[in-house]
Design a protein. Structure first.
Length: 76
């Protein structure tokens, strides 16, 4: 019969064989999560410096029209 360690190894090998199609997606998401965690840790560490602007790569921020409070509308 199989022992507990042999059964665990067999289950791991079966899981890897069945999940081989999803492996690139899983590694990509793990890398993205690691980058987010690293940037958040850096932001928390830099929070002590109040004058430093925070830049988030990949996001576009649209600003509102300062005079009206709404974006893209004009008063007639």
């Amino acid at each position: 019969m199989f022992g507990l360690s042999e059964l665990a190894i067999i289950l791991i090998v079966v899981a890897v064989v069945l999940a081989i199609k999803k492996l690139p997606e899983l590694t990509r998401s793990a890398g993205k999560s690691a980058r987010i965690l690293k940037s958040e840790a850096r932001a928390a560490r830099d929070a002590d410096e109040p004058g430093t602007p925070r830049v988030i790569q990949g996001e576009t921020v649209e600003r509102e029209d300062p005079g009206t409070g709404t974006q893209g509308t004009s008063r007639a």
